[in-house]
Design a protein around this ligand. Structure first.
Ligand code: CP
Length: 313
């Protein structure tokens, strides 16, 4: 087992500004085919543990590991002995003696991932927890860099729930100077106070701007990007039986394009056409949602390379 320390990615807060820029730029290099032929995971093993469903992220980290020369061990929701009462701490101690990287989606308490990461032999990567989706934000910024050639100074409108994807976007985008990140989230479904506080502190440092409102009034125009996510995050239902009425004003329809005629459309997928977004928008000429989905692979490769640095790097 390689004794050199590993880097965990559980929250965007685990990244320095330089780490974040490196991962986004490296993801764009993989996407552009200019990353070089290196196989930094040769002889290494990644555990791929998904307690929740996934099409993109699980495939991206599995295929990414294999493309970088590594091997994978996969676990589904019923496979680990945590189901029968083994502690998260013991699970991390054991897996770290056998794996180099653990990529995990729990959609639950991030403390579980922190417990797994309480060792220095196996990198732990958050493939989505209840509070954050950091690898999605890296994918999204990689996509912005590929499409616009920059992230600095972009104007991005986010419509929909202030969920884990929105939280990670807020924590990532506010690291970039002059970015304008405008969120319109349904009342009762906004970003959490800790995320707002952290993102606003970063924005004050970098000159980015973050605004959140819970209606569609006085919406600025001329955005570069309009972004939404599925209303039922990871397929979960909401306790309020009237939630669809609360979300309805935040639907991305064709009318929105009149106010931002140059904007591209982004979506982390999976999508529900006719719910959060009109089919004509998602499948239209200004949608880059499927390039964005492909960038999950390129961004995962950047993360895998970074979290277990090769000798000499
Ligand atoms: N966007 C995203 O995380 O997709 P999956 O749930 O399919 O991994």
């Amino acid at each position: 087992m390689d004794p050199r320390p590993v880097r965990h990615l559980i929250s965007l807060d685990d990244l320095t500004d330089a780490d974040l820029r490196h991962l986004v730029e490296r993801g764009a290099q993989f996407s552009a085919g200019t990353a070089g032929p290196a196989r930094p995971l040769e002889g290494r093993v990644a555990g791929i543990y998904f307690a929740k469903t996934s099409t993109r992220t699980r495939t991206a980290f599995s295929a990414g590991t294999l493309r970088l020369g590594g091997s994978i061990v996969t676990y589904g929701p019923g496979d680990l002995q945590t189901n029968t009462g083994e502690t998260s701490e013991d699970t991390g101690r054991i897996l770290s003696r056998m794996l180099d990287v653990l990529v995990a989606r729990t959609a639950g308490d991030p403390a579980e991932m922190r417990a797994w990461a309480d060792q220095r032999r196996m990198a732990v990567v958050n493939a989505m927890s209840a509070d954050e989706h950091p690898t999605q934000a890296l994918t999204d910024l990689t996509t912005l860099l590929r499409h616009f050639g920059r992230v600095d100074g972009l104007r991005i409108l986010y419509l929909g729930e202030g969920n884990n994807t929105a939280a990670s976007l807020a924590l990532a985008l506010t690291r970039y100077p002059d970015v304008e990140f405008e969120l319109r989230t349904p009342p009762g479904y906004g970003l959490t106070e800790p995320v707002l506080t952290a993102a606003r502190a970063q924005a004050a440092r970098t000159g980015a701007r973050l605004r959140e409102r819970h209606d569609m009034a006085a919406l600025p125009d001329g955005f570069d990007v309009i972004y939404t996510t599925r209303w039922q995050t990871t397929g979960t239902t909401k306790p309020d039986p009237g939630w669809r009425d609360v979300f309805a004003p935040f639907h991305v329809g064709l009318g929105l394009w009149d106010t931002s005629p140059k904007a591209v459309f982004m979506h982390d997928l999976p999508a529900h056409r006719g719910e959060e977004v009109a089919a004509e928008v998602l499948d239209g000429p200004r949608s880059i949602a499927f390039e964005q989905a492909e960038n999950k692979l390129h961004s995962a490769m950047a993360v895998l390379e970074w979290c277990r640095p090769a000798a000499g790097s």
